[in-house]
Design a protein around this ligand. Structure first.
Ligand code: PGA
Length: 266
Protein backbone atom coordinates (compact mmCIF):
# COMPACT_ATOMS: atom_id res chain seq x y z
CA UNK A 1 0.00 0.00 0.00
CA UNK A 2 1.38 3.40 -0.98
CA UNK A 3 0.90 6.11 1.65
CA UNK A 4 -0.91 9.10 0.22
CA UNK A 5 0.89 12.43 0.14
CA UNK A 6 -0.92 15.76 0.18
CA UNK A 7 1.28 18.75 -0.64
CA UNK A 8 0.29 22.41 -0.60
CA UNK A 9 2.06 24.49 -3.26
CA UNK A 10 1.73 28.07 -2.04
CA UNK A 11 3.32 29.48 -5.22
CA UNK A 12 4.15 33.20 -4.90
CA UNK A 13 1.92 33.79 -1.89
CA UNK A 14 2.45 34.48 1.81
CA UNK A 15 4.84 36.86 3.49
CA UNK A 16 6.72 35.44 6.48
CA UNK A 17 4.10 36.55 9.05
CA UNK A 18 1.29 35.23 6.84
CA UNK A 19 3.13 31.94 6.36
CA UNK A 20 3.64 31.53 10.09
CA UNK A 21 -0.03 32.26 10.76
CA UNK A 22 -1.08 29.60 8.23
CA UNK A 23 1.25 26.89 9.58
CA UNK A 24 0.18 27.63 13.15
CA UNK A 25 -3.39 26.86 12.07
CA UNK A 26 -2.28 23.77 10.17
CA UNK A 27 -0.27 22.58 13.14
CA UNK A 28 -3.30 22.81 15.37
CA UNK A 29 -5.53 20.95 12.90
CA UNK A 30 -3.16 18.40 11.34
CA UNK A 31 0.19 18.58 13.15
CA UNK A 32 -0.08 14.97 14.28
CA UNK A 33 -1.38 13.52 11.00
CA UNK A 34 0.06 10.06 10.36
CA UNK A 35 -2.47 8.42 8.00
CA UNK A 36 -1.23 10.53 5.08
CA UNK A 37 1.99 12.46 4.51
CA UNK A 38 1.42 16.22 4.59
CA UNK A 39 3.83 18.74 3.06
CA UNK A 40 3.72 22.52 2.72
CA UNK A 41 5.68 24.25 -0.04
CA UNK A 42 6.14 27.92 0.85
CA UNK A 43 8.06 30.52 -1.15
CA UNK A 44 11.85 30.51 -0.53
CA UNK A 45 11.71 33.50 1.80
CA UNK A 46 9.39 31.70 4.24
CA UNK A 47 11.09 28.29 4.06
CA UNK A 48 13.29 28.56 7.14
CA UNK A 49 10.74 30.14 9.51
CA UNK A 50 8.06 27.66 8.36
CA UNK A 51 10.41 24.70 8.90
CA UNK A 52 11.26 26.02 12.37
CA UNK A 53 7.58 26.41 13.21
CA UNK A 54 6.82 22.85 12.07
CA UNK A 55 9.62 21.17 14.04
CA UNK A 56 8.26 18.28 16.10
CA UNK A 57 5.15 17.89 13.91
CA UNK A 58 4.50 15.32 11.18
CA UNK A 59 4.13 18.05 8.52
CA UNK A 60 7.00 18.16 6.03
CA UNK A 61 8.39 21.15 4.15
CA UNK A 62 9.23 21.52 0.48
CA UNK A 63 10.76 24.19 -1.75
CA UNK A 64 9.37 25.29 -5.11
CA UNK A 65 12.55 24.90 -7.16
CA UNK A 66 16.33 24.50 -6.95
CA UNK A 67 19.44 24.76 -9.10
CA UNK A 68 21.60 21.71 -9.74
CA UNK A 69 24.98 23.22 -8.86
CA UNK A 70 26.26 23.10 -5.29
CA UNK A 71 27.62 26.65 -5.22
CA UNK A 72 29.26 29.26 -7.42
CA UNK A 73 28.62 32.23 -9.65
CA UNK A 74 24.93 31.55 -10.37
CA UNK A 75 23.26 34.78 -9.32
CA UNK A 76 19.67 34.31 -8.12
CA UNK A 77 19.86 30.53 -7.88
CA UNK A 78 19.31 28.26 -4.87
CA UNK A 79 21.55 25.22 -4.30
CA UNK A 80 20.14 21.87 -3.11
CA UNK A 81 22.22 22.10 0.07
CA UNK A 82 20.71 25.49 0.89
CA UNK A 83 17.25 23.93 0.91
CA UNK A 84 18.40 21.18 3.26
CA UNK A 85 20.03 23.88 5.39
CA UNK A 86 16.73 25.79 5.53
CA UNK A 87 14.86 22.68 6.68
CA UNK A 88 13.28 21.35 3.46
CA UNK A 89 12.82 17.64 2.78
CA UNK A 90 11.03 17.94 -0.57
CA UNK A 91 11.40 20.06 -3.70
CA UNK A 92 9.05 20.73 -6.62
CA UNK A 93 10.70 20.31 -10.01
CA UNK A 94 9.31 21.18 -13.43
CA UNK A 95 6.05 22.79 -12.36
CA UNK A 96 4.15 23.90 -15.46
CA UNK A 97 4.55 27.50 -14.31
CA UNK A 98 8.34 27.12 -14.53
CA UNK A 99 8.45 24.99 -17.67
CA UNK A 100 8.11 26.35 -21.19
CA UNK A 101 10.12 28.25 -23.70
CA UNK A 102 12.01 31.01 -22.00
CA UNK A 103 10.15 34.27 -22.13
CA UNK A 104 7.45 32.94 -24.43
CA UNK A 105 3.85 32.74 -23.29
CA UNK A 106 2.09 29.60 -24.45
CA UNK A 107 -0.87 30.12 -26.78
CA UNK A 108 -3.15 28.23 -24.36
CA UNK A 109 -3.14 31.07 -21.92
CA UNK A 110 -4.66 34.50 -21.77
CA UNK A 111 -2.40 35.18 -18.84
CA UNK A 112 1.07 35.85 -20.22
CA UNK A 113 2.86 35.21 -16.92
CA UNK A 114 2.47 31.45 -17.27
CA UNK A 115 5.25 29.15 -18.50
CA UNK A 116 7.82 31.90 -18.75
CA UNK A 117 10.75 30.36 -16.95
CA UNK A 118 12.25 28.07 -19.53
CA UNK A 119 12.31 24.77 -17.63
CA UNK A 120 12.88 21.82 -19.99
CA UNK A 121 12.89 18.04 -19.58
CA UNK A 122 16.68 18.20 -19.44
CA UNK A 123 16.82 20.77 -16.61
CA UNK A 124 14.13 18.78 -14.81
CA UNK A 125 16.35 15.70 -15.05
CA UNK A 126 19.44 17.56 -13.77
CA UNK A 127 17.47 19.02 -10.89
CA UNK A 128 15.97 15.64 -9.95
CA UNK A 129 19.45 14.10 -9.80
CA UNK A 130 20.83 17.02 -7.76
CA UNK A 131 17.90 16.88 -5.34
CA UNK A 132 18.33 13.13 -4.79
CA UNK A 133 22.07 13.55 -4.27
CA UNK A 134 21.36 16.14 -1.56
CA UNK A 135 18.84 13.85 0.16
CA UNK A 136 15.78 15.80 -0.97
CA UNK A 137 12.68 14.07 -2.33
CA UNK A 138 11.82 15.49 -5.76
CA UNK A 139 8.17 16.10 -6.64
CA UNK A 140 8.44 16.05 -10.43
CA UNK A 141 5.52 17.75 -12.19
CA UNK A 142 4.35 16.60 -15.58
CA UNK A 143 1.26 17.25 -17.66
CA UNK A 144 -0.11 18.17 -21.04
CA UNK A 145 -1.34 21.57 -22.24
CA UNK A 146 -4.83 22.06 -23.62
CA UNK A 147 -3.43 22.12 -27.16
CA UNK A 148 -1.66 18.80 -26.56
CA UNK A 149 -4.82 17.24 -25.12
CA UNK A 150 -6.88 18.46 -28.09
CA UNK A 151 -4.27 17.03 -30.46
CA UNK A 152 -4.63 13.64 -28.75
CA UNK A 153 -1.02 13.56 -27.57
CA UNK A 154 -1.63 13.52 -23.79
CA UNK A 155 -0.23 10.03 -23.18
CA UNK A 156 2.83 10.59 -25.36
CA UNK A 157 3.58 13.95 -23.70
CA UNK A 158 3.20 12.60 -20.19
CA UNK A 159 5.17 9.41 -20.74
CA UNK A 160 7.90 11.35 -22.57
CA UNK A 161 8.21 13.84 -19.70
CA UNK A 162 8.32 10.97 -17.18
CA UNK A 163 10.99 9.01 -19.03
CA UNK A 164 13.19 12.05 -19.68
CA UNK A 165 12.92 13.14 -16.03
CA UNK A 166 14.22 9.70 -15.01
CA UNK A 167 17.12 9.45 -17.48
CA UNK A 168 20.26 8.12 -15.81
CA UNK A 169 18.68 7.79 -12.37
CA UNK A 170 19.25 4.42 -10.64
CA UNK A 171 16.16 2.34 -9.73
CA UNK A 172 16.66 2.73 -5.97
CA UNK A 173 16.55 6.52 -6.37
CA UNK A 174 13.71 6.45 -8.91
CA UNK A 175 11.47 4.78 -6.32
CA UNK A 176 11.89 7.82 -4.04
CA UNK A 177 10.64 10.30 -6.65
CA UNK A 178 7.08 11.55 -6.38
CA UNK A 179 5.36 12.46 -9.63
CA UNK A 180 2.60 15.04 -9.82
CA UNK A 181 0.34 14.68 -12.85
CA UNK A 182 -0.94 18.20 -13.42
CA UNK A 183 -2.85 18.76 -16.65
CA UNK A 184 -1.84 22.34 -17.41
CA UNK A 185 -5.36 23.33 -18.43
CA UNK A 186 -6.67 22.33 -14.98
CA UNK A 187 -4.25 24.42 -12.92
CA UNK A 188 -5.79 27.42 -11.20
CA UNK A 189 -8.70 27.36 -13.64
CA UNK A 190 -11.33 25.60 -11.53
CA UNK A 191 -11.46 23.09 -14.38
CA UNK A 192 -10.71 19.77 -12.70
CA UNK A 193 -9.74 16.72 -14.73
CA UNK A 194 -12.37 13.97 -14.35
CA UNK A 195 -11.32 11.45 -11.71
CA UNK A 196 -11.35 8.50 -14.11
CA UNK A 197 -9.24 10.34 -16.67
CA UNK A 198 -6.82 11.60 -13.99
CA UNK A 199 -6.49 8.03 -12.74
CA UNK A 200 -5.94 6.74 -16.27
CA UNK A 201 -3.14 9.24 -16.99
CA UNK A 202 -1.50 8.53 -13.61
CA UNK A 203 -1.56 4.90 -14.82
CA UNK A 204 0.30 6.01 -17.96
CA UNK A 205 2.97 7.59 -15.72
CA UNK A 206 3.24 4.37 -13.72
CA UNK A 207 3.55 2.33 -16.91
CA UNK A 208 6.43 4.59 -18.01
CA UNK A 209 8.21 3.94 -14.72
CA UNK A 210 7.56 0.21 -15.16
CA UNK A 211 9.04 0.30 -18.66
CA UNK A 212 12.29 1.75 -17.33
CA UNK A 213 12.60 0.05 -13.93
CA UNK A 214 10.12 -2.84 -13.76
CA UNK A 215 6.86 -3.43 -11.93
CA UNK A 216 8.35 -3.32 -8.41
CA UNK A 217 9.61 0.24 -8.73
CA UNK A 218 6.44 1.32 -10.56
CA UNK A 219 4.28 -0.02 -7.72
CA UNK A 220 6.41 1.84 -5.15
CA UNK A 221 6.37 5.25 -6.87
CA UNK A 222 3.77 7.71 -5.63
CA UNK A 223 1.85 9.75 -8.20
CA UNK A 224 -0.18 12.79 -7.18
CA UNK A 225 -2.90 14.54 -9.11
CA UNK A 226 -2.84 18.34 -9.19
CA UNK A 227 -5.09 20.93 -10.83
CA UNK A 228 -8.05 22.56 -9.08
CA UNK A 229 -8.23 19.89 -6.36
CA UNK A 230 -10.64 21.20 -3.73
CA UNK A 231 -12.42 19.85 -0.65
CA UNK A 232 -15.47 18.93 -2.74
CA UNK A 233 -13.67 16.87 -5.42
CA UNK A 234 -10.72 15.52 -3.42
CA UNK A 235 -12.43 12.38 -2.09
CA UNK A 236 -13.33 11.07 -5.53
CA UNK A 237 -9.88 11.80 -6.99
CA UNK A 238 -8.02 10.38 -3.99
CA UNK A 239 -10.06 7.16 -3.99
CA UNK A 240 -8.71 6.16 -7.42
CA UNK A 241 -6.15 3.33 -7.47
CA UNK A 242 -3.41 5.19 -9.34
CA UNK A 243 -3.77 8.54 -7.53
CA UNK A 244 -1.55 8.57 -4.45
CA UNK A 245 -2.15 12.10 -3.29
CA UNK A 246 -2.61 15.67 -4.38
CA UNK A 247 -0.56 18.72 -5.22
CA UNK A 248 -2.81 21.55 -4.17
CA UNK A 249 -2.39 25.19 -5.18
CA UNK A 250 -5.23 27.60 -4.43
CA UNK A 251 -6.96 25.42 -1.83
CA UNK A 252 -3.74 25.02 0.18
CA UNK A 253 -3.74 28.72 1.11
CA UNK A 254 -6.62 28.28 3.55
CA UNK A 255 -6.01 25.92 6.48
CA UNK A 256 -9.62 24.71 6.60
CA UNK A 257 -9.69 23.74 2.90
CA UNK A 258 -6.25 22.11 2.99
CA UNK A 259 -7.16 20.12 6.10
CA UNK A 260 -10.40 18.98 4.44
CA UNK A 261 -8.35 17.63 1.52
CA UNK A 262 -5.99 15.89 3.95
CA UNK A 263 -9.03 14.28 5.58
CA UNK A 264 -10.26 13.13 2.17
CA UNK A 265 -6.96 11.33 1.66
CA UNK A 266 -7.19 9.21 4.84
P1 PGA B 1 -4.36 24.70 -8.28
O1 PGA B 1 -2.77 24.54 -8.52
O2 PGA B 1 -4.74 23.71 -7.19
O3 PGA B 1 -4.54 26.12 -7.82
O4 PGA B 1 -5.04 24.38 -9.57
C1 PGA B 1 -2.16 23.29 -8.52
C2 PGA B 1 -0.68 23.44 -8.83
O5 PGA B 1 -0.32 24.26 -9.66
O6 PGA B 1 0.16 22.74 -8.23
Amino acid sequence: MRKKIIAGNWKMNKTIPEAIALVKELKALAGGETAVDVVVVPPFTALYPVAQELKGTSIGVGAQNLFWKASGAYTSQIAPGFLVDAGAQYVLIGHSETRGRFGVAEPDFDDDVLRLFGESDSTVNRKAKAALAAGLIPIVCIGETLAERKAGTTDAVVSGQTERALAGIPAADAAKIIFAYEPVWAIGTGEVCGADEADRVCGVVRASVAKLFGAGTAEAVRIQYGGSMKPDNAKELLSKPNIDGGLIGGASLKAKDFVAIIAAGR
